[in-house]
Design a protein. Sequence first.
Length: 381
Amino acid sequence: MRILVLNWRDLTHPAAGGAEVYTEQVLRRWARAGHEVTLFAAAVAGQPAAEIVDGYRVVRAGTRFTVYREARRWWQRYGRGRFDVVIDETNTVPFHAHEWVDDGARTVALVHQTCEEIWHHNAPPVVAHLGRHLLEPGWLRRLAGSPILAVSDSTRDALARFGARDVTVVPEGYEPPAVLPTSAKETRPTAVFCGRMVSYKRPWDVIKAVQLVRREVPDLRLWMIGGGPLLERLRAGAPEGVEFLGRVPEEVKHDRMARAHVHLATSVREGWGLVVTEAAALGTPTIAYDVPGLRDSTRAAGGVVVPPRPQELAHRLRELLPARMSEPFAPLAYGGAHGWDEVAETLLAAVEQHARVPRGVHAVSVVKSRRGHKRRLRVGA
């Protein structure tokens, strides 16, 4: 199968995150299985306009804001007639490929999460209001006419509110570390937060909850792992018992997460919440806010969800710490997610089943041009 994936970032982009890890893990397995795979993403300083990565082709053009226009231009110049299916991987803004792919290639969208409340954490007030109440609803209502694959029940339910009906949930993926940490749990009660220090992750809620618990458990310690724009400000105001480690190597992150007794997660919303899966695989349960995405991953990993308030987080942390100190949490190999081989197979099957031929195209014939090149023609449109 010839597959084109549209994503505004690839794994080399400075803002790459969980969605890009998902993409890379899946695409290299599809390429290894013999499929012809191309990823179109925004340009990245210092990276070539086109290259082969792990068996699949990466094409880069445009910026965060123009990549959508450049994808359509690239399709019109080079893509038409060369692909069997186009996957519109949506990160807030869809490419709306189902509206402009017009040569008989099938289209399907892949959505990790909606933005919604996150607008108010990532944009100035006026832009946030327009984004949440006008722009994103408009984009998603247009996307609703396309078949959609979502990585969690929460994302599926969010899309349904914008009119999407043909939504299929596909699994989130995770691969446990090849070598698991062997360190024992800390003798001192210890909680850990792992994520970027950005507003929508609400790291200050974690700090406040731990401060509340320290009134009764004065030796409680909190490790804050992750970089981000708020790191230095938070570090400068860190209260007693809170340590900011910044961004650390994977082995250090895994060691700290394994040694902690409880992992805390407080995002406004997620697509899934892969860090919860990761903590469970390392033998550390999560207490998370009961919000989209986090509720899916936390329940699947045997953790606990609470109403999104620091006081509720503190209450459950105070209750669970004694048990976690005396009864270690059994590691869960995939922490509620699935191995990447299974994810790649399941996602491809869903793409094949749910991708739709663009409107107005009834059949496609493959013929040879006078120069002997194969060309796909619309028939009956």
